[in-house]
Design a protein around this ligand. Sequence first.
Ligand code: ADP
Length: 376
Amino acid sequence: MKNFYDSDFKLGILGGGQLGRMLIQEAINLDVHISVLDPSENCPCAELANSFTLGSFHDYETVYNFGRTVDVMTIEIENVNTDALLALQREGKTIYPKPENLVIIKDKGLQKAFYAEHGIASSDFKLITAKSEITEFPIVQKLRTGGYDGRGVQVLKRAEDLDKAFEEPSVLEDLVDIEKELSVIIARNPAGEVKTFPIVELEFNPQANLVEFLFAPAVISQEVEKRSFELAREVVTALDFVGILAVELFLTKAGEVLVNEVAPRTHNSGHHTIESCHTSQFEQHMRAVLDLPLGNTELLSPAVMLNLLGQEAFTGAVKYEGIAEVLAKKGVTIHLYGKADTKPYRKMGHVTILSETLEGAKDVALQIKKELKVKA
Ligand code: ADP
């Protein structure tokens, strides 16, 4: 079987979005050939991958046939055809993260059950198939599969909210009294080496229920930091995971740390690492899945990341305003994802701001939020 050291080695990625695109940027340095499968011919990776296959990552035959053309496979989206991956794995293909892990993680119900089985701290929950089973309020309802970026998650405050409840298999979770939302990006390679990036703090856009700002490092006590790292290690160890795992955590008002959910891939909460750490999350993921030593994850500078979300009133061919003003600032890097069209709250790019202090970086981020506009 070919590996990284062979000149005709190919790494396949299921999904051609911005996460794949930023992985390609790092793959260039290690001279890794990247093959991408995505259903959209205009996806962010289409023009940049060494080879691009148009097709659905939900379809068994398509994923299976794509897998036969590469040496190692990884993903940038978890909602893929895992039956095809399991078949490829049985035939000897190296696939990281392991398909068994994806089966659990892509279903929020199986994921919560996994935490309960392994004694990993997470909010209490039950699984339901119809909304008639919802009898207590307030409660959080999450679709078991297919939700992303806050779509598929809703808080039902009182019985009247049942009108908007999902009539689909879902997880009902206790509503957590959240002090802060934190994220730990952790990497593990096949040899069992584990490295964590410094913990970050996330701030959500209240309308869209998705991350708008990220602050690194998180302003938390040493105890909370220690507990967060402990939980992240418990999860990668229990899963016997390989690759990058993003562990989203809640710090409760009572000071407890709970696992919200994990993503088995590079994650929005690690984008700042491209500029603020010696090794980015994308390089780290590649090192992990290619069975190479993991890189240094130290934070070289405080950082803020601002997601560039499509503005609410605009749909269509994207036009950015304020790019020149932002580029003129010190310590600022813009990443545009190459998406031709914008729509409300679509992730179109991000900006990373480095500064000597976190406060300084936050000030600049707030200015940029006012200046940089995603219109159509
Ligand atoms: P997604 O996979 O769409 O990102 P999450 O499960 O991370 O969905 O939920 C999105 C957001 O909803 C969380 O970041 C948090 O703000 C809120 N949320 C999710 N679960 C709970 C909970 N049990 N209690 C309170 N808020 C929650």
